[in-house]
Design a protein around this ligand. Structure first.
Ligand code: PHE
Length: 332
């Protein structure tokens, strides 16, 4: 019995092994039956047979455990081999999108002004008339309202025509000193190769005691030099008019119109508006114009992005053409 059992156990698979265990050691298994037969023997014979049967049981039990351990080990080894991951393989390429050039410009501007101590603000696309116009010293019937090609919504609200209403929101909600930039969407009813009904601006606003035009010029020069990566980029402030600044100036940068090189050449290109915050605007926003001065500027983000990266058609920004995005977008 022992030899046959050991032979069978030694070659059994997992199911066969369990069947053998039942047939040998189970309730009516052959070894169990032998043990039971001891009860009918007289003491002498029981003593003689008992030791042998118990040894038989132990040997079979041990053999079954040993075979089970071998089978488990083999099963584990097979699984490890089957599920093996080769960590030296390069990862499968995941389809990754790119960062839109406008988003990239916003990130860069935020980093440059962040280093100068500016906070980033935003405001809603839908504005009330007072924030977008009146508080900014543009009363009803002022010609600047017509100039801005405003989208009016029913109920008297507007799609903001510039990021300047966030100047108003900020001055109303926090005391000076104020140093903020406001990158965001703006809207004007205008559409051609150089105008889109939705475009982006970045507003800047500084309100503190003793702020001068010199601070405005220095701040814009530092920002534009850093953004375009051109040390001492020529920046020209050219007198202009905005209702909310006095004096008001267009912001021009030097470039070469023929080659598109920023900072090279003798041509000038307008990239935004600026000025000293009008005393009426400060007063409208609860700030004492005799104590505080400030400057503000607004830069067109499409414009500076196109210049920086040699993009020549504004409309491409909004078409979501994946080939264009792959070419002009930035890896995350
Ligand atoms: N809001 C002006 C525009 O959209 C730009 C500007 C901002 C001018 C701040 C002066 C100061 O044209």
């Amino acid at each position: 019995l022992l030899d046959r059992a050991l032979g069978e156990i030694g070659t059994a698979d997992a199911d066969g092994l369990e069947a053998l265990r039942v047939s040998l050691l189970g309730k009516s298994g052959s070894v169990t039956m032998l043990l039971k037969s001891l009860g009918g023997m007289d003491p002498e014979a029981r003593k003689a047979a008992g030791a042998g049967i118990n040894l038989l049981k132990t040997q079979i039990t041990d053999a079954i455990s040993a075979r089970r351990a071998t089978l488990d080990e083999a099963a584990l080894a097979a699984r490890l081999a089957a599920e093996r991951i080769d960590v030296t393989q390069p990862p499968r390429p995941e389809p990754l999108g790119t960062i839109h050039p406008i988003s990239r410009t916003v990130e860069e501007i935020a980093a440059i002004f962040g280093a100068m101590g500016f906070a980033i603000k935003d405001g809603p696309d839908i504005e009330n008339d007072w924030n977008n116009f009146s508080a900014l010293n543009i009363p009803s019937h002022h010609p600047a309202r017509a100039m801005m090609d405003t989208f009016y919504l029913t109920g008297g609200e507007v799609l903001r025509t510039h990021t300047s209403p966030v100047q108003v929101r900020t001055m109303l909600s926090e005391p000076p000193p104020i140093r903020i930039i406001v990158p965001g969407r703006t809207f004007r009813a205008d559409h051609d190769a150089t105008h889109s009904p939705m475009f982006h601006q970045c507003e800047g606003l500084v309100i503190e005691e003793g702020i001068t035009l010199g601070h405005l010029k220095g701040c814009l020069s530092d920002f534009l030099s850093a953004f375009f990566g051109v040390p001492n980029l020529p920046v020209r402030l050219r007198t202009s008019y905005f209702p909310f600044t006095e004096p008001s100036m267009e912001v021009d940068i030097g470039w070469n119109k023929k080659t598109g090189e920023i900072g090279g050449g003798t041509d000038w290109l307008e990239i935004g508006g600026s000025g000293m915050v009008h005393p009426n605007v400060l007063a409208n926003c609860g700030i004492d114009p005799r104590r505080y001065q400030g400057f503000a500027f607004g830069v067109g983000l499409e414009r500076i992005t196109m210049l920086k990266h040699g993009i020549n058609d504004l409309r491409l920004f909004y078409e979501s053409d994946v080939r264009w995005l792959r070419h002009y977008g930035f890896s995350p």
